[in-house]
Ligand binder design. Sequence first.
Ligand SMILES: [Zn+2]
Length: 542
Amino acid sequence: MPSRHFGPTSCEWNPLTLALLIAVWIAAVANWPLWRALFALPENASLRGGLFVAGFAGLIAALTLALLALAAWRRAIKPAAALLLVPAAAGAHFMGTYGVVIDPSMMTNVLQTNVTETRDLLGWRLFASLLVIAALPIAWLWRVPVRRLGFGAQLGRNLGGMIAAAGVAALLLFAIFADLSATMRNHKSLRYLINPHNSFYALGVLAHQANAKPAGPPLPIGEGATLADRPAGRKPPLFLLVVGETARGDHFSLNGYARPTNPQLAGLGVVSFRDVTSCGTNTAASLPCMFSHLGREAYVSRERDQENLLDLAQRLGLAVLWLENQSGCKGVCERVPVIDASQGAPAALCSDGECLDEALLHGLDARLAALPAERRARGVLLVMHQMGSHGPAYWRRSPPDGKPFLPECETNVLQQCDRQALINAYDNSIAYTDRMLAGAISWLKQQSAFEPLMLYISDHGESLGENGLYLHGLPYAVAPREQKHPAMVVWTPSADQRQCLAAQRDAPLSHDHLFHTVAGTLGIHAAEYRPALDLLAPCRAP
Ligand SMILES: [Zn+2]
């Protein structure tokens, strides 16, 4: 060994240096399927795209180093490196060869694979991947001498390395955030190519699921709840709840937006609320929370799922119907009747398996008449789940004759759009929601057997390029205002009620008010009902 001649320290490697080399190797080499996928995207075929991919690689290297710095000790660094390199090499092979991604469901498949299937997957390509990506660097690592520092000195270095790596990761994340968030949203599966973090993440999710409490039916609510007796002569309520999608309150001209996005509602005497906060920043987080009686804080920290507003209304004998025009109700409508808006919708409203929101208004008389008569006599809760302003394909959310703002951005790669064309396409989707809601109100006005009321509320907002951010779904604590302030509009035929509601137009409201406002209007008496969160409580005729 020639190094012996140079003294004990000259050729010895500090464990942290080795950690850095391993991190760079994993980012650059073991992630080749990710880089191949990213460079195959048309949006990355530019200098900006190249810089984004380079920044992404740096980000993965920095995060891996921050993790490995924990193990950067003389005796630990080599086994830790092997622990990362072997799964990384195997993962790179399966992703690169079979075009799969390693997510929890794929990991479930892997863990449930039997011996015969495993044998089919073994081959020279897997061997080559293990040799090049894992065996060669491990063999080299095992031969290099590692420097021994005192505990305090090594701890100081490792902490310094970890902090520096985290700092670099934060800087790179900031620099590439716009492209990263848009790319990950347009190509959701790419995140499961990040190697070997995908494998550890999937294993973690599966371990957590295995330890989770047994899944059972949601806890019942409204035990002992009753329906108020209706005074003689009063008609049963018909509550139309329109659940919007991705509609920002500040893009409603009813709320002071400069462009005429609400030409029809403006003439219908609706009340629009200007300071509404959403429960979440994505549909899956907001929707179940909106229909819960718990309110955001208690909902987020709940230990078991509980029944929701629809379950309660149905149990009390009201007629409940969910009309769906999106990808599903996130479990909210599981136990009540559901009809897909595409059923029987005119062909002109639907194409490529998607329908414009006016499909929700089609055949409503028949749908209402088909509900059980004894339930209708107590009252109706009709929910319409809109496609609304679902991105990134905003231009698909309005029909050719419903586009007052042109030109429109017509690509999913929002960061490459002209900003004004992007806002045009988004505003057209709001104007189309305006038209759809006006249609809903005109239908409600004909329902002479009921006391009608419409509440429209979106599930969350949207970023439209402010500070380089697009779409939605940022963690709640750091999400910008645009993503957390949805639109909310109420229509009632009573002028007195409208005037009373208008007094609360600028009050700070939230999704927490939804359950209680609907329950109060339907005459539901339940322990869960809180009058303070019932918007209409002060405005309701005794
Ligand atoms: Zn949503």
